[in-house]
Design a protein around this ligand. Structure first.
Ligand code: S3P
Ligand code: PEP
Length: 744
């Protein structure tokens, strides 16, 4: 495979010493891409040199090291780790190679650098130790593949005296081969690789050998299927190469092996003691750990779909008819995990939202040692550890896109004995956190933030919290909930007065867990010293998700939509009130109470909407529904005015400006205000709009297509999975024509 087209060479003569898989692939890529004027191969085996020549991997081949390396500008050593020392010694002693840039591909960097120092009497300025994280069980020159390094990491570990020009040249060679080049210190590289590569190889070799020695070995191998094969695939790797690696990276491997040994002993004990709880803890954490860490590294959210940019393409002409149940309430889902973790006993949850944000909360508590099973089809089982049972997480807690997780968690973490750091994705990293950090500090918490109170947050453990009264300057359920959760750990009582009613799920759920909470008018008060007792929770469908289809039904022709089992907690029903004021045809049916929350089926039909001035007291009660309410306003007759909604500017994006931009693209007359928007209803065209990674913006413009004259392409729609992973399927069920394309 040709990774890239030829361009001007980066260097003159390149000599590759060792024409195994890695060396030959490097030579082949360099030659095919024209990265150097000449590619020379050195291998002690003449038939390998010949094969490389015949395959066109090199321009010429030598069995003599010094002949092959004579006057080379770059020498790449691709030999087993322990073979590098004698080669470096020969190069050091030879006047014709002394000035070359020397790089390598070995898996152990410390030993290579020590060998170079010994050979040269110092570390040469042209020495650029390197390690491509690529390879396969296939070996030898015949497996040479010019595309082997494409999209693979190459770690360079320059020493303090490495010349910048040498480092830059080696980096460019790898980059032009399609590799992703990173730098690390020599020690860090060897420790990380001991864990991620060397240890698994030792286990694979050890396991296969241990099973092969048994009497019943034929049976073991005869029935060896999936698991055994996957786990031991790497035992087919080159023994000489691995022999060298373990001898060269002894200390780091021993360190990792000792940790694993201790963990295996604990697992052994758990099996011996039939300690199912311990086993579940290890297994549930391990099951998600791989995905979790790749998520953190990519700074993306928790579901596979989020890796790439998604463009939603919403076609006009769709309809809205049918009966659906949207996923579980996001606010309630977060809280079930938080309170379930801090409770005594096992909490079972049904209807849990399996969306990115709620999964981030699960992961955060797993990081702190809580055993959480699921979610499987909305069912989650949380093995509570009690208010004082959380353990220090192994590293920073990554909460993806979720403001609710970060803010509520801060309150809990402020009361712990250990330090924690909370980080998030690009959108969350721009959102204000001083609204929670400042009052928590007043209670005695020690919290560090990035500039202007942005994430990451580092919350110091072991500081005594003291209860206080807080007059909240903004109507925020997240701030209120954060302080109530901190109040569980603060001496005395903690109370919060809100300037306007906000969602009260925390208050209700605390009571559901048997924790006393006092609510008087706009003040809620909690006292420490009680316990949370595990319970059962059924999470209703999220009214914030239902809202998209409520508006869809209003604006589509001949629409009739039944939204089943929707939570209609009175602090969440602003959207119903606003749509009613706009003239929507809504009926609330089968109202019932489930687990302390009101639930109903909501029937919506096509409506002739009219513009209104939105009553300001409804703003906090519909705070997440405004993006889609703006679509309703654009389809209404007359003018809609929203004020008192400056909070919309600090959500996943600035929801006022971003919605205004999109609406203008569709041809709608819009004026933005510091705290709101004025929208004149009218016909909508189509076009390209940007969701700026905000789930609710993407879904709102999808709904707009029901009244648009042309298709709407919505860029940056991948975050829909944070709150509504099956949005597109439900759109299709109702007859809306929205599909997703993977962006560039
Ligand atoms: O407490 C909660 O679960 C939430 C509160 C609201 O945020 P604010 O408290 O910032 O208004 C809301 O926008 C968010 O989606 C969820
Ligand atoms: C604002 C929202 O969520 P969060 O603050 O949890 O990111 C939302 O879901 O609209």
């Amino acid at each position: 495979m040709m990774p890239e087209a030829k361009t001007a060479p980066l260097t003159g003569k390149l000599t590759v010493v060792g024409l195994g898989l890695i060396g030959a692939s490097f030579a082949r890529a360099a030659r095919e891409l024209g990265l150097c004027r000449e590619v020379v191969g050195v291998d002690s085996d003449p038939s390998t040199c010949q094969a490389a020549l015949d395959m066109g991997v090199i321009d010429s081949g030598h069995t003599s090291l010094l002949e092959g390396c004579r006057d080379a500008e770059v020498i790449l050593l691709a030999v087993p780790v322990l073979a590098a020392g004698p080669i470096l010694q020969q190069l050091a002693d030879d006047a014709h190679t002394r000035n070359a840039i020397i790089t390598d591909v070995g898996s152990v960097k410390g030993a290579f650098v020590r060998a170079a120092e010994q050979a040269f009497g110092r570390l040469p300025a042209g020495l650029v130790p390197g390690h491509p994280i690529a390879g396969s069980e296939r070996s030898g020159v015949t497996a040479a593949d010019a595309g082997l390094f494409r999209q693979h990491k190459v770690i360079l570990t320059p020493h303090a005296g490495t010349e910048p020009h040498a480092l830059a040249l080696v980096s460019q060679l790898w980059q032009r081969m399609g590799a992703d080049v990173e730098q690390m210190s020599i020690e860090q590289h060897d420790l990380v690789l001991a864990a991620t590569s060397h240890l698994p190889h030792l286990l694979a070799f050890g396991l296969v050998d241990s099973l092969a020695q048994r009497d019943e070995n034929l049976d073991i191998f005869r029935y060896a299927a999936g698991g055994f094969r996957d786990f031991t695939r790497i035992a087919a790797s080159d023994p000489q190469m691995w022999h060298d690696i373990f001898l060269s990276n002894r200390d780091a491997v021993l360190q990792q092996l000792d940790t694993l040994n201790a963990n295996l002993q604990a697992l052994r004990q758990a099996v011996a003691d039939s300690d199912g709880h311990y086993l579940m803890g290890v297994f549930t954490r391990a099951r998600v750990a791989r995905e979790h860490f790749s998520t953190i590294l990519a700074q993306r959210a928790y579901m596979q779909t989020m890796d790439k940019e998604l463009i939603f393409v919403a076609q006009p002409g769709g309809s809205a008819n049918g009966s659906i149940r949207v996923p579980g309430d996001k606010s309630i889902s977060h809280r079930t995990i938080m309170l379930g973790s801090l409770a005594v006993g096992t909490t079972e949850v049904d209807g849990f939202l399996e969306g990115e944000d709620a999964l981030a909360t699960i992961q955060a508590f797993r990081d702190m040692g809580v055993v959480i099973e699921g979610p499987v089809e909305g069912r989650v089982v949380i093995h509570g550890v009690g208010l004082h049972g959380l353990q220090p997480p192994p590293g920073p807690i990554y909460v993806g896109n979720s403001g609710t997780t970060m803010r509520l968690l801060s309150g809990i973490l402020a009361g712990q004995a250990f330090d924690t750091t909370l980080t998030g994705d690009a959108s969350l990293s721009k959102r204000p956190m001083n609204r929670v950090a400042n009052p928590l500090r007043e209670m005695g918490a020690v919290i560090e933030t990035a500039a202007e109170g942005r994430p990451p947050l580092t919350i110091r453990g072991g500081h005594k919290l003291t209860g206080m009264h807080y007059d909240m300057p903004m109507a925020s359920a997240q701030v209120k909930s954060c302080l109530l959760l901190a109040g569980l750990y603060a001496s005395g009582s903690t109370s919060v007065t809100e300037p306007a009613p906000t969602r009260d799920h925390s208050e209700r759920m605390l009571q559901g867990f048997g924790y006393p909470v006092e609510v008087h008018d706009s003040t809620v008060r909690i006292e420490s010293g009680h316990e949370l007792s595990a319970t059962y929770i059924e999470v209703p469908a999220d009214i914030s998700s239902a809202a998209f289809f409520m508006v869809a039904a209003c604006i589509a022709e001949n629409a009739d939509v039944m939204l089943e089992h929707v939570g209609i907690n009175p602090t969440r029903t602003g959207v119903i009130d606003i749509l009613k004021l706009m003239g929507a045809d809504i009926s609330i049916e089968r109202v019932r109470v489930v687990g302390g929350e009101r639930v109903a089926d909501i029937r919506m039909r096509s409506s002739k909407l009219k513009g209104i001035e939105i009553p300001q007291e409804l703003v906090p009660l519909a705070i997440d529904e405004f993006p889609v309410l703006f679509i309703a306003a654009a389809c209404a007759e007359g003018r809609t005015i929203l004020r008192g909604a400056e909070e919309l500017r600090v959500k996943e994006c600035d929801r006022i400006e971003v919605m205004a931009d999109g609406l203008r693209t569709l041809g709608v007359q819009v004026e933005t205000l510091p705290d709101g928007i004025i929208i004149d209803g009218g016909p909508m065209g189509g076009g390209e709009v940007w969701a700026h990674g905000d789930h609710r913006i993407a879904m709102s413009f999808s709904v707009a297509s029901l009244r648009a004259a042309q298709p709407i392409r919505i860029h940056g729609s991948q975050h829909v999975a944070t709150s509504f992973p099956n949005f597109l399927q439900l759109c299709a069920r109702l007859g809306m024509r929205v599909s997703a394309e993977v962006g560039a």
